[in-house]
Write a protein that binds this ligand. Structure first.
Ligand SMILES: [Zn+2]
Length: 476
């Protein structure tokens, strides 16, 4: 399997240390608000990586953290803790905020059919591990203490600028005024922050240096190495993690262990919405619940994500989501063919149903080429909807759907047969159409629609397929 590696800026063969096992760490959400579609793009893409690795014969051990403390508003080391800020906004404690949005995130993962990681460790449950790692860095001379915390001295790690190709001189010139002037270098970052004087935070702990909380970056180093290995086979995240968060993870981890931290880095590019990068500060974050309440199934968002390549800038807009949803209807109609084989088809498809999953696997093994995989899937869908299937193809189609679901997570195997009463309605509609009774034909179509069944009047006869509302309790 080949995948672009951010570290080398080249497409490389994926080579874990102990195949078929492969350790993968993903930077998880900061649980201070609902995840927005931009976040979900990144997590769906991480999920596709895991599915592609499995299909390529690897056994991924996947860990995704939950950041529930220490992520400051600026991403650097100043400004308020995002959790404490949300707590004030909502009149709750930071603990309640973390609990609520963690549960919402996990629910969103289930709705989007994202593979369940082996572990989702929380930063607040690993304070001792983080303190131990800071002590290790301290004993090796990589840290210093100033009035607001313990900092990592980036000048002591000569490779600091390498990963992100940073221009540290430029950073020096552009150093923010709001950053602590006691810092030795502008790129130095906090591994432990002290609670502000005279102020008690909801989340704070004792440490050898004073009461406070861990910096954002140290949790990922501590938890990934604890649950996986000192050298990770793969690490994923969003592209905006490269210059600060992942650069700092590398500096901390490699200084502590003296070993390479990550062999293969994968980063998902930005998502644009109406031409702007999605971020909470732009107040244009759209949550998964908003997508669902607009009438779209989570699978439509998933399909939308897969339509773009993870290394290209993608955009989100409602028209694009509608187009993905139409495409999903076609896929479900194709899946429903399993329940409506014809006695004799006039033509056979030009491809073997048994080989579809292999072809899709090959596309994913080529730097996760999901756009090509979907283009291929559309081709075979169009063909099957034209020629229909015969009885003896039903099992092959079932196996093909399972293969597609394993790779792309679109839940096509979940498409079930309609009831005998609905089949009777379909027969009545066929009769009405034969008698050119269009009024009755339309009435039956509308009735089936309210029951969650869509109809596709194909050249060789009608094909029914399940609509999204058949997955949700209807209000009617
Ligand atoms: Zn991280």
């Amino acid at each position: 399997m080949k995948l672009f590696n951010t570290a080398s800026r080249r497409i490389e063969e994926v080579k874990p240390q102990k195949p078929p096992a492969i350790t993968v760490y993903t930077c998880g959400p900061t649980v201070y608000d609902y995840a927005h579609v931009g976040h979900w793009f990144t997590y769906v893409r991480a999920d596709i990586l895991i599915r592609a690795l499995k299909a390529a014969g690897f056994k991924p051990q996947w860990v995704m953290n939950i950041t529930d403390v220490g992520h400051l508003v600026s991403d650097a080391d100043h400004g308020e803790d995002k959790l404490e800020k949300s707590a004030r906004r909502e009149g709750k404690t930071a603990w309640e905020i973390a609990d609520y949005y963690t549960k919402d995130f996990v629910l969103g993962m289930q709705e989007l059919n994202i593979t369940k990681p082996a572990k989702m460790p929380k930063a607040t449950e690993h304070i001792a591990d983080q303190i131990k790692l800071i002590q290790k860095l301290e004993s090796k001379g990589f840290t210093y203490v100033i009035d607001d915390g313990v900092y990592y001295d980036t000048a002591k790690f000569p490779r600091y600028a390498e990963f992100a190709r940073l221009d540290l001189d430029e950073q020096q010139a552009g150093a923010r005024v709001s950053s602590n002037p006691q810092k030795h270098n502008p790129s130095d970052f906090a591994v432990w922050k002290f609670s502000p004087a005279g102020q008690q935070r909801d989340m704070e702990w004792d440490s050898p240096w004073g009461t406070g909380f861990p910096g954002w970056h140290i949790e990922c180093s501590a938890m990934s190495m604890k649950y996986l290995s000192e050298t990770l086979d793969m690490h994923t995240g969003g592209i905006d993690h490269i210059p600060v968060h992942h650069t700092n993870e590398i500096a901390q981890s490699e200084a502590a262990t003296g070993q390479q931290f990550v062999r293969h880095w994968m980063h998902s590019d930005h998502i644009m919405i109406e031409g702007e990068k999605i971020s909470k500060s732009l107040v244009n974050g759209i949550s998964l619940q908003e997508v669902i309440s607009e009438g779209f199934p989570p699978e439509a968002l998933r399909l939308y994500v897969l339509e773009s390549h993870y290394r290209g800038q993608s955009k989100f807009n409602w028209d694009g989501l509608q187009a993905a949803n139409n495409r999903l209807d076609d896929l479900r109609a194709m899946a429903a063919l399993r329940w409506q084989p014809r006695g004799v088809t006039h033509d056979m498809p030009t491809f073997a149903l048994e080989e579809v999953a292999t072809t899709l696997t090959d596309f994913l093994a080529n730097d996760l080429d999901t756009p090509q995989a979907l283009a291929f899937l559309s081709q075979i869908t169009t063909q099957l909807l034209t020629v229909h299937i015969e009885e003896d193809m039903v099992d092959h189609l079932g196996a093909m759907l399972k293969g597609i679901d394993d790779l792309l997570g679109l839940n096509l195997s979940a498409v079930q047969d309609i009831s005998p009463a609905q089949k009777e309605l379909l027969r009545q509609r066929e009769t009405a159409r034969a008698n050119q009774d269009w009024k009755l034909s339309d009435e039956i179509r509308d009735r089936l629609k309210t029951e969650g069944i869509g109809l596709n009047d194909a050249a060789r006869g009608v094909i029914w397929y399940p609509l999204w509302l058949s997955y949700k309790p209807s209000n009617q």
